[in-house]
Design a protein around this ligand. Structure first.
Ligand code: ARG
Length: 577
């Protein structure tokens, strides 16, 4: 794997080991913050000096003498209280650049030890249509699976849709009564949101309806065939809605990735039994619960995780325990990523803790909540329609494409209508996705059409435009490209650009570990900016043939890197804009 940072870290660790007589020390290499500090900076010496109670600058100079022979580092010097500034060798960078530029070079190489990584994402509740609340999880999750796959991991997508429980009894009861009144149920279901609203209203207001609904839940859970049929046709309809959203969004979830809540139903009694066998169950107000020391509610009162209601019904938590076990033991996951709303954070802390104690998921299986914040309207309140309803995802996406169309038409009034349609479709969707991905996922963020559709700043239109522009530079010079050209680093702008390109695998690697797509967005945004500075400072076509060939290579490499990066974010790109 060619990862400059990792290679430097290895070199520095081994140098620190040698110089200190310890073993397994960490190099801690970071990007240098100023050009005079070199390209990277190693600051692992300080911790070791502290541990050995020795002078850090002295240790650092001994470390310099012990750096193993290598082609990567041109020069290393001690700085400040004991940092080591590292300057990379141009010839080495150029060689790697040429290697990267080869048509079949993948840019990102597979990790030496691929893991099985389960990613639970999107996972809407099928009782209603997908709304804006599902946007972040769906988009972030889809970026993460792409990144993890690019790193060579075995990725198992799991769409843990909610398809079970009380709400479905209500919906089936509504369906059944429509059917007996000879209404066209399929037309009614075309607007699921409306269907749900009607059912809910009857549930709340109509005499006897709630009872019927509850009896349907029982029948459903007992496996009554008619009831199951009705349920199945509802689920199919609802999945159809999800799939049209996925298609529009370019999300890679397929039917075979579905592992709905109902899938775990047969396991739930065993989960309760297993908890009981371990002595973890207590009964509180008739419900079966697990109490753990570390979870306390108001005024230190013990906080339960309810796993079975007094009427025998199971809960969201029970299903999640079964899912954790399935993922650890049947799918053999090394990591399970739960890309779910931050408001469920306590739920997952409880699930993870119980799964460990009860032995559903061993320590070797890492359980990680990839939490994300809420989407707010411009008024700072949760994003809703004027009437206070949830905004349907499909409507939001249509609106974005419509707005992109207006902007594209303003910018290119002479463009034919097909091209405008095509550009608007790509930009509209990319704008929504990129504005989610480019923000730190843990914070709430304000949804704002103006910013996300702007051609300036860290936005989808800017990124897509930069990519199309680079592609057009290449198109104009296609016949001139010399495949055997060597990269030469004369100007600092060339060197900066090449180093940035070679840092692409590092950025992708970081995302694969931490699960923050905004890191990749920032990287790509910086890359686009560094490219623009290069292109202003370094003429391509007018340069001497050798230099021109080398610069064309850099342009080509930028296009390749940016294109791959945008693909990992799940953005479609345009050759012309
Ligand atoms: N269906 C749930 C919701 O809409 C999300 C499920 C997330 N995954 C899980 N394993 N709990 O809130």
């Amino acid at each position: 794997m060619f990862n400059i940072k990792q290679s430097l870290e290895q070199l520095m660790s081994s140098a620190i080991d040698q110089a200190s007589g310890l073993s397994g020390t960490k190099g801690h290499v970071i990007y240098a913050t100023r050009a005079e500090f070199g390209d990277y900076q190693a600051n692992g010496v300080m911790a070791v000096a502290k541990q050995l109670k020795t002078n850090p600058r002295e240790l650092a100079s001994r470390v310099l003498e012990n750096i193993p022979a290598n082609d990567l580092i041109a020069r290393a010097e001690v700085a400040g209280p004991g940092f080591i500034n590292l300057f990379l060798r141009d010839a080495y960078l150029a060689q790697w650049g040429s290697h990267y530029a080869q048509p079949r070079s993948p840019l990102i190489q597979a990790v030496p030890e691929p893991q099985t990584i389960v990613v639970d994402y999107s996972s809407p509740n099928l009782a209603k249509e997908m709304h804006v609340g599902h946007l972040r999880g769906t988009i972030i999750g889809d970026c993460l699976v792409r990144v993890l796959e690019a790193c060579g991991h075995n990725v198992v997508r799991q769409n843990h849709v909610g398809d079970w429980g009380t709400q479905f009894g209500m919906l089936i009861a509504h369906m059944a009564s429509l059917e007996s009144a000879n209404a066209q149920v399929s037309t009614e279901l075309a607007d699921l949101e409306n269907f749900y609203r009607q059912a809910k209203q009857r549930f709340d207001d109509e005499e006897g309806f709630a009872e019927t609904a509850r009896s349907y839940v029982v029948k459903l859970q007992q496996g009554d065939p008619d009831c199951l049929n009705a349920w199945q046709s509802f689920i199919d309809e609802s999945l159809g809605h999800c799939e049209s959203v996925y298609k529009l969004l370019g999300v890679t979830l397929r039917r075979e990735d579905l592992k709905p809540e109902s899938f775990y139903n047969p396991e739930l009694a065993n989960i309760i039994q297993a908890l009981d066998d371990k002595g973890l169950l207590s009964v509180s107000e008739g419900a079966r619960c697990v109490f753990l020391e570390q979870f306390k509610g108001k005024e230190g009162a013990p906080l339960p995780t309810i796993v079975q209601k007094s009427d025998g019904g199971y809960l969201y938590a029970t299903t999640d325990l079964a899912a954790a076990q399935y993922r650890a033991k049947t799918l053999h996951a090394d990591r399970v990523l739960y890309v779910v709303d931050a408001r469920q954070s306590l739920h997952f802390q409880q699930i993870f803790a119980i799964a460990r104690i009860a032995g559903f998921a061993p320590e070797s299986c890492s359980l990680e909540h990839i939490a994300y914040g809420m989407m707010m309207g411009e008024d700072g309140k949760p994003f809703k329609t004027r009437s206070g309803d949830n905004v349907k995802l499909i409507d939001l996406l249509d609106e974005s494409v419509r707005r992109a169309h207006v902007i594209v038409s303003e910018k290119n009034p002479d463009l034919d209508i097909e091209s405008r349609d095509e550009i608007a479709a790509v930009v509209g969707i990319a704008a929504v996705k990129y504005s989610e991905l480019s923000k730190n996922r843990t914070s709430d963020y304000v949804f704002d059409w103006g910013t996300m559709l702007s051609f300036e700043g860290n936005t989808a239109p800017y990124m897509l435009y930069a990519f199309a522009r680079i592609k057009s530079i290449l198109r104009r010079q296609e016949s001139e490209i010399n495949v055997n050209a060597q990269i030469q680093l004369e100007a600092s702008e060339e060197r900066n650009l090449l180093i940035k390109i070679l840092q692409f695998p590092e950025a992708v690697h970081v995302v694969s570990i931490d699960g923050f797509p905004n890191y990749l967005c920032s990287y790509l945004y910086d890359l686009a900016g560094i490219f623009m500075r290069f292109y202003e400072a370094c003429p391509v076509l007018k340069a001497e043939p050798e230099i021109r060939d080398s610069r064309l290579k850099l342009v080509e490499l930028t296009a390749k890197t940016l294109g791959r990066g945008l693909e990992l974010l799940g953005l479609e790109t345009l050759e012309k804009m």
